[in-house]
Structure formats: C-alpha cells, structure tokens
Design a protein around this ligand. Sequence first.
Ligand code: ATP
Ligand code: MG
Length: 335
Amino acid sequence: MNAPRIPAPGPVVNNPVASNPVASKTVAAGPEASQAVPGAPQAEFLLRVSDLSVAYRHDGRVHQALDRVSLDVRAGETVGVVGESGAGKSTLGRAVLGLVPVTSGAIRFAGQDITRLGRRDRVALAAHLQVVFQDPDSSLNPARTIGSSLAEPLLGQRRPRAEAAAKVAAKVAAMLERVGLPAEAAGRYPRQFSGGQKQRMAIARALIVSPRLVVCDEALSALDLSVQAQIINLLLELRRDLGLAYLFIGHDLAVVRHVADRVVVLRQGRVVEQGSAAQVCEQPAEPYTRALMTAAPVPDPAQERARLAARVAELSAPPGPESPGPGSTVPGGRP
Ligand SMILES: Nc1ncnc2c1ncn2[C@@H]1O[C@H](COP(=O)(O)OP(=O)(O)OP(=O)(O)O)[C@@H](O)[C@H]1O
Ligand SMILES: [Mg+2]
C-alpha cells in the first residue's frame, strides 16, 4: 500500500496537548473514560463516527465505499475493524484522518467536529491523531536519516536553533529507545534496517507528537509472524504506558482478537456487527462474521469475496432435512 502521509503538525510545543483545544478536551476525558458505559455523555468518547458515508467516483461511476457507518472509540480503548478485502476498512481510517472526502455523516474527535476540517486545523489535529500504515516506507523518507524523519512531525519545515535542535534530538533518541531501537539509529537511513525495525520507526514517528489516537491500517500485515508478535507486544505496551487509543484495522482476526477491546465488522461498506472482541470473535451473531472467522486466507480479493459469499449463504440457510445432527462439529457450526 502506498498511502499518503497526513500532514506533519506545526512547530515544536512543549506540551502540545495543553496548547490545543482539541487535546485539552481529550485530556479532560482521561483514560478512565474507557470505562464509560453505552449512552454515556459524548465527552467520554475520543472518536465518534456517526452515519458516515463515503463515495468514490471512478470512470464516471459512483462506488459507495462506506454506507452510514457508526462506531465509537473511547480514550485508551482499541477498536478493531475487520471485513473482507474491499469492505471499506481503509476508507474508514482514511476518512477519520481527513484523507478522503466524506459524503455525509459526522466524525467527532474529543467532542469537536472534524468531518471537514480545513488544512490548518487538520495540521493541528495531527498532533493528536496519527497513523501507522502497512508499509513503513510510506512514512520514512529514504533520502533522510531516521532522526530527520522522526524530527519532522515536531519541526515541520523549520530549522531550529541549536538549543531546540538538541531537545528534539533527545526526544528522537528517547522515542527510538522506547520502541526498542538503539538511539544511534537516528543517524542511519531506512534502507539499513529490516521491515520490522522500519515498522518500529514508523510507530515512533507516529508517537513522537504524543497522539491520543493512532489509526493502525494493516500495520502488521507485511511482517513475518515472529516480528508481528513483537510489534503487537510493543503496541500493547505503548497503549498501556501512554494511554493511547487505537483504531486497529486488520485482516488477521486472531491478531485483532488479541489486541482489540471491541470489534466492528464491515461488509460492503456497512457495519454488520459490533461488540466486545470476545463476543464478536467467539460468539458472532451474524453469518457473515462467522464466515469471516472460519475463512481460510485467500490471496485474491475477488476469490476471497466469492468464497465468503458462498459461506454466508450456507450459514444463513435454514437447516435442511439432510443437516447433520448436533454431534457434527464443523468450524463455524455448520457443515
Ligand atoms: N481511490 C479510490 N477510488 C475508487 N475506488 C476506491 C478507491 N479506494 C478504494 N476504492 C474502493 O472502495 C472499496 C473499499 O476499499 P478499501 O480500500 O476501503 O477496502 P479495505 O477493506 O481496506 O480492503 P483491503 O482489505 O483490501 O485493504 C473497494 O471496493 C475499493 O475498490
Ligand atoms: Mg485496506
């Protein structure tokens, strides 16, 4: 995937949270807001997506990628987004990040309407809302040192004075160490590192501005299984230590089940089911979710959709006379 980066935030601020009205409200909500019950006051939600629709125009045709999608993310919470290829998962993440225009509906962050922010407000918001994409190279400039790429969200295009530059360098070094890399990596180039190390750097770049919410779009999908496990642990640790919330978009349901508190299931741009990760993953109410949970991975998206549709039809059909008895145990509950 080669998605564009969200704009870098403005100049260094000692406490970007305190100096920004969006973040101040977020802080006021605090991590305890993650304990909020459904129906609690809006301020307790970090992100509220309400009836969101996004349509793409392509070759004179309109494709409805999201159709009245609603979901919430509370402070400190991880919400997983799953669904077949083309279900609209990335579109949802991109709409939250302001990377695709919204047709209708609303996106609120820390109580503020961010559905259609102007460039300047979007830049300010980037200090609180960040992204980690599947491909770390999309956020690391190959021609710049790691230190320079990590400093950019803090500095923008400014050339800092010596004292400020030293502060930023110290922050970069601390952030690199926080994500499990040596501080000396700052002086090296992305090509000198493995995929897993570069994903750690992309995470460091996202976190250096102290965001409250990080959209992770297939952030682990390009990594080997053993490296995935390490990055999952890192994301969980960072969440615990920094009180982060994640909107965690993923294909691998086992991974999503492991990291998410709640899971939202998308199909053809619509929410078909949402609930606690345990409930959605272990006792899915919808045939589509059950099909998704038991589907073997298929590399070709069209083939994946066709297989899922067949499985959903099978799971949705009322039990026929030839159905096996309750002793038959086939994954998904039906033959
Ligand atoms: N820029 C675009 N122009 C036109 N159509 C698009 C564009 N981006 C996405 N789409 C279409 O919108 C739908 C949703 O795409 P999206 O990338 O959000 O799916 P996804 O769930 O992230 O899929 P995947 O699991 O493959 O990443 C798809 O049918 C896709 O082809
Ligand atoms: Mg996607």
